[in-house]
Design a protein around this ligand. Structure first.
Ligand code: ZN
Length: 183
């Protein structure tokens, strides 16, 4: 039986980079080779995401500027072919839903942000296969949130100027935080 990379590699949680760190504002580089370093990175991303109870985590949130993110599949998403997507691209979106959202790099702040109701993305699995994922609801929200991370965009960028002003003190406090509680 062919073992998948996921079963073989147990990742080590790494430190999550917080709001204010310029690395979160950089655009991630495309992955050009799926090698041992990348598979280690994916395993570490998963370990970090799970330790922090996140539903998704982008590589630049642990300081690596590569276009890859992980997802923690929810119960309803049994068809999800993989939990790590390399070089993700949005193919299509439909509808808009406004719901509260948070980010492991901006702890304790939850704000209502509009997101597509449905999204189709394509990318590459850790096994090197081209894949297309169609998602709705929470998973669609998580996927778009993570893809934006890889473009240097944060969910608070979608807030109004007034809302951002009201959050200013709390955001400034996060900038001074040494590290996320969970990692
Ligand atoms: Zn985030």
């Amino acid at each position: 039986m062919k073992e998948t990379v996921d079963q073989k590699l147990i990742g080590t949680p790494r430190r999550i980079i917080l709001y204010g760190n310029p690395l979160l504002r950089q655009v991630a580089r495309k992955v050009t080779a799926i090698d041992a370093d990348l598979l280690r990175l994916i395993a570490d991303l998963k370990a970090t995401m799970l330790r922090c109870n996140g539903i998704g985590l982008a590589a630049n949130q642990i300081g690596v500027q590569l276009a890859v993110f992980t997802l923690a599949p929810q119960e309803a998403d049994v068809d999800l072919p993989t939990t790590a997507i390399i070089n993700p691209e949005i193919v299509a979106t439909e509808g808009t839903v406004e719901t509260e959202e948070g980010c492991l790099s901006i702890p304790e702040i939850f704000e209502v942000v509009p997101r597509p109701e449905m999204v189709i993305i394509r990318g590459v699995t850790p096994e090197g296969k081209e894949t297309q994922i169609e998602a709705s609801g929470l998973l669609a929200r998580a996927i778009v949130h993570e893809i934006e991370h890889l473009q240097g965009i944060l969910f608070i960028d979608h807030l109004s100027e007034l809302r951002l002003k009201l959050l200013q003190q709390r955001l400034a406090a996060i900038e001074k935080m040494e590290k996320q509680q969970c990692g």
